[in-house]
Each structure stands twice: as structure tokens, then as C-alpha cells.
Design a protein around this ligand. Structure first.
Ligand code: SF4
Length: 340
């Protein structure tokens, strides 16, 4: 997993983002110990040119914090982030601003991420002005028209002067995608881009992401709690649990040959519309817990894991190669694999 690849757009090494826990401030004064939640804890991976890497996990597992930290919308606690070989964390604000054109984000909430008092054309015009993308009014109009066509808001004239309040969720997410695409990015973090949309329009927005990848070679991190949409768009999937990657592999290997008990539980929870299909039922106990002492010295999945042994409570399993190009953080993955 550490090998260098010239095709690499993004490389993340040992990324950590810890948040101090406010309520334990009093206790920490007396104990001398600082308490924090490890939202992202020693995460390493890379993304190739034109690749869509999915991050899947429950709410609170750290995937959104990780996406925001990579774009430095949140400052990391430690670690390294390389965009095409350039180290991002140490960049000055000025250099970061110019890099932001290439590294963009599509937010979960299309209703809240657009200014309700700007029309579709004004929204795109604003981005063009901030980044000084054109030299004349005519060029500006042409670029807006071309962008609306790229995100399939056609006929363009029908959407040009529309305010967000008159658009559907799917159309709003297309405007958000257009606002990003106009900057010709090379890398996008798409944070739950379809989770707030009606099921009927989700595939259309996912197809738009695939088209952006296929036509412009854009690399994506696709963040979701929904394995079905991740399977639809992702080349590889990383499963996150309590701030850690617990499994990462090609999409079909994750879906068909999951090695980690948590991945197996996620897959067994996906409804299948065919009653003849055998479901591997793997019940897990309890809920995701953010208690900091729990995560310090044991497997984080230990309290919920049906295969847990004493050893799982004594050491934190590293991410190791379980199969070819398939990495897992579980000391008992052979056992769980044979049962599943
Ligand atoms: S290391 Fe142990 S507790 Fe953790 S996932 Fe594997 S079997 Fe379960």
C-alpha cells in the first residue's frame, strides 16, 4: 500500500484529526491528561488519476472530517497530504488558494450550499469572478452556458435566471457540480452528494459524477454511508470505523469477499429485493462509541464484534494485506472470512 505511483493525484500519510472534548476540561486540569475524540486517526491511502475511491461508514466514523481535512477546510492535527507531489499542509494561504481551484468539494446539502438570492447564472458568475477565469463579458456568458450544458441543465435558457427555491434537489446538486466543474478541478471530495435527494434522481447525479470522471479524468473521494451508491460509482472502497480505515479493496472484492466483520455486517444490512437470495446475517451489538479510552489500546470494533477474542482487547490490529490488493485491520480475519 505504500508503493509510489506516478499516476497518483492524492497521497495521504498518517493523517490525524483530534478534537478536544470540552466537557472533560475540568477533569483534565486535575488529571493532567488531555481528552479528545480521534475523529481521524492515522489514516493513509492514495487516489489515482481518474479513480473514484469511496469512504463508507456510519455517521460519526470520521469520513466527513477526513474529507474536509484533506482540503484544509479543517486543519489536521498531524500527518501529510500530497496533491500531485505538493505537500498541502505546509502551504501558505496564497498558494493554498490557487491549489483550491484544482481540489474542490461537492457538499451534502444542495439546499444550504447555494445562495437563495442568486440565480443559477449569478452563482456561476460569482465563481468566475472570484477566480478571474475570463477576460470579457462574452467569454463569461459562453463559459456559463457551456458549464450548464456539461451538468445537463438543458435547455440552458430555462435554468439561467432560476433561483434555487425553484429548482429540485437533483437540479440544485447539478448547479453545485457546475460551480465546481467551471474551475476545471483535478480532484473532488463529494460528501454524501445524493443522500438528501429523492431516490428517483440519485442515479442521475451519480451518472453525472461518472461522466465528470470519464470526460475530464477527475479523481474523486466519494463519502457515503450507503454501500449501494458506493458500489455504483466507486473503483475502490475504504470502510471506516471510529476514525480508522478497517478495510480497503476493489469495490467488487469489498462487496463479494469482505474480510472485516464490520464490512460483513454492513453488507448483510443492505436490503436485497430477491427473497431467494441467501443473506449472510451477521448481527452486531450496540452502537458506535466515541469514548477515547476505548480506542487507545484495543480493536475499536471489539465491543460489537461477534468474533472478538481476548487478544482483540489487548492490541490494536494494523491494516495488513489479507488478499491481493485487499487490506484489512483484523487479527481474526481468516476466521471471519471462513464463517462468512
Ligand atoms: S480484531 Fe477482533 S474484535 Fe477486531 S474486528 Fe477482528 S475479530 Fe473483531
Amino acid at each position: 500500500m505504500k508503493e509510489k505511483n506516478n499516476n497518483e493525484v492524492l497521497r495521504v500519510e498518517n493523517l490525524k484529526k483530534y478534537f478536544p472534548v470540552g466537557k472533560s476540561l475540568f477533569a483534565s486540569i486535575f488529571s493532567g491528561k488531555e481528552e479528545y475524540v480521534r475523529a481521524v486517526d492515522d489514516v493513509s491511502f492514495s487516489v489515482k488519476e481518474g479513480e473514484i475511491l469511496g469512504f463508507v461508514g456510519e455517521s460519526g466514523c470520521g469520513k466527513t472530517t477526513m474529507g474536509r481535512t484533506i482540503l484544509r477546510l479543517v486543519e489536521p492535527t498531524s500527518g501529510k497530504i500530497y496533491y500531485k507531489g505538493t505537500e498541502v499542509i505546509s502551504l501558505s494561504k496564497k498558494r493554498l488558494k490557487s491549489l483550491r481551484r484544482r481540489m474542490q468539494m461537492i457538499f451534502q446539502d444542495p439546499y444550504g450550499s447555494l445562495n437563495p438570492r442568486r440565480t443559477v447564472a449569478e452563482t456561476l458568475r460569482q465563481t468566475i469572478k472570484i477566480h478571474k477565469l475570463v477576460n470579457s463579458k462574452a467569454e463569461e456568458e459562453t463559459l456559463i452556458k457551456k458549464t450548464l450544458e456539461e451538468v445537463e441543465l438543458k435547455p440552458v435558457g430555462e435554468f439561467w435566471d432560476k433561483y434555487p427555491g425553484f429548482l429540485s434537489g437533483g437540479q440544485l446538486q447539478r448547479v453545485s457540480a457546475g460551480r465546481v466543474l467551471i474551475l476545471q478541478p483535478k480532484f473532488i471530495v463529494a460528501d454524501e452528494p445524493v443522500s438528501m435527494l429523492d431516490v428517483s434522481v440519485r442515479v442521475g447525479v451519480l451518472d453525472l459524477l461518472l461522466r465528470m470522471r470519464n470526460k475530464f479524468g477527475i479523481s474523486f473521494i466519494y463519502i457515503t454511508h450507503d454501500l449501494a451508491t458506493a458500489r455504483y460509482v466507486c473503483d475502490r472502497i475504504a470502510i471506516m470505523y471510529l476514525g480508522k480505515i478497517v478495510e480497503i479493496a476493489q469495490t467488487e472484492d469489498i462487496i463479494n469477499k469482505p474480510l472485516h466483520p464490520y464490512t460483513q455486517a454492513l453488507i448483510s444490512a443492505v436490503p436485497v429485493p430477491d427473497p431467494t437470495v441467501k443473506i449472510h446475517d451477521l448481527p452486531i451489538k450496540g452502537y458506535l462509541s466515541l469514548t477515547s479510552d476505548l480506542v487507545s489500546s484495543s480493536c475499536r470494533f471489539y465491543p460489537r464484534c461477534p468474533y472478538a477474542t481476548k487478544k482483540c482487547h489487548e492490541e490494536e490490529p494494523p491494516l495488513v494485506q489479507g488478499e491481493r490488493d485487499h487490506y484489512v485491520a483484523c487479527i481474526n480475519y481468516r476466521k471471519s472470512k471462513s464463517v462468512y
